[in-house]
Write a protein that binds this ligand. Structure first.
Ligand code: G4P
Length: 286
């Protein structure tokens, strides 16, 4: 389900997360490993404030492993604890527990010194729609608790989910809005499928994605579409792909919408391999 984010929704989402912050020790901020910067909420630092945080680069199974490593180092250099995980397959779940305990070690040691009995670490998952919040909750809970997909307007009593003996997780994640202002961010969110029924034009998304592949993953592009050379002109690239994959209209004219749809679908389903659409260097160049 697509959520239209109006100012009222944003204020409510923010309030809901802020209210929960008082109940927890740590925030698990979930992002998409293919777009670790573009899949963050634009106000996340302000919202979370000084609450300890563990950044989780989810869907790492679909991202370029080399670039994921660069991102993890980048975040660490900037004082943010970060882990790459795959919630669908359940990879990285133990590290989440270990890392969360490590981050909170000092706080819990101080509590112990004051004679406060040890308790589980309390956590809240937050992130924009589609980054995999419900999937992660279900993985950690080892059962189906969170309904995947967003269901605005449905509220229920807040519950804690036990993750082993060491973590307690709020069963409802904090759903925050994505960045809208930057058109390139929108194109990245659409390419990866974070925004599905997009207001962006299908051909615009495919042009962006193909240009990105031309520059960053030319071998994957050549292999997938049996191209000897990659045409420089984007229209020619559409034509070549169209010819090879039968996306043609009568009279031998390329069906550009069909090519666009095909390319986007194939990127989202990993047919062009593991791709990451932004690097830490791009961020420092901003
Ligand atoms: P949300 O609560 O943050 O909105 O996200 P949700 O868990 O519903 O996950 C969105 C989609 O992403 C789901 O696919 C889910 O299976 C997939 N997903 C979540 N974590 C991972 C991961 O680590 N790796 C991979 N490969 N996929 C992951 P879906 O229900 O099939 O929806 P869709 O694919 O049609 O978007």
């Amino acid at each position: 389900m697509t959520i239209q984010w109006f100012p009222g929704h944003m204020a409510k989402a923010r309030r809901q997360v802020t209210e929960k912050l008082g109940l927890i020790d740590i925030v698990f901020e979930l992002v998409d490993a293919r777009i670790p910067a573009s899949s963050r909420n634009p106000m996340i630092d302000e919202i979370i404030s000084n609450k300890p945080r563990l950044l989780l680069l989810n869907k790492a199974d679909m991202a370029d492993p080399k670039v994921t490593k660069e991102w993890i180092s980048y975040f660490k250099e900037n004082g943010i604890h970060a882990l790459a995980i795959d919630s669908q397959a359940g990879i990285g779940m133990k590290q989440i527990v270990t890392e969360a305990k490590h981050i909170l070690q000092e706080k819990f040691d101080k509590m112990a010194a004051k004679g406060i009995r040890p308790r589980a670490v309390r956590a809240l998952i937050v992130g924009i729609p589609n980054v995999g919040k419900s999937t992660l909750i279900n993985r950690l809970a080892k059962k189906n608790i969170a309904q995947t997909g967003d269901r605005p307007g449905i509220t229920k009593a807040q519950q804690w989910i036990k993750v082993g003996k060491e973590i307690e997780l709020l069963d409802t994640p904090g759903i925050l809005w994505p960045k809208f202002e930057d058109q390139e961010v929108g194109l990245k969110l659409a390419t990866t499928g974070a925004i599905k029924d997009t207001i962006l034009n299908l051909q615009d998304i495919a042009v962006y994605a193909l240009r990105f592949l031309q520059e960053n993953y030319p071998i994957s592009l050549k292999e997938r579409y049996n191209l000897e050379d990659i045409p420089n002109e984007i229209v020619e690239l559409f034509d070549e792909i169209g010819k090879r994959r039968g996306c043609m209209m009568s009279g031998g004219i390329t069906d550009y919408d069909k090519v666009a749809e095909l390319v986007i679908r194939e990127i989202r389903t990993e047919k062009l391999g593991k791709l990451t659409f932004e690097k830490p260097q791009d961020k420092s160049e901003d």
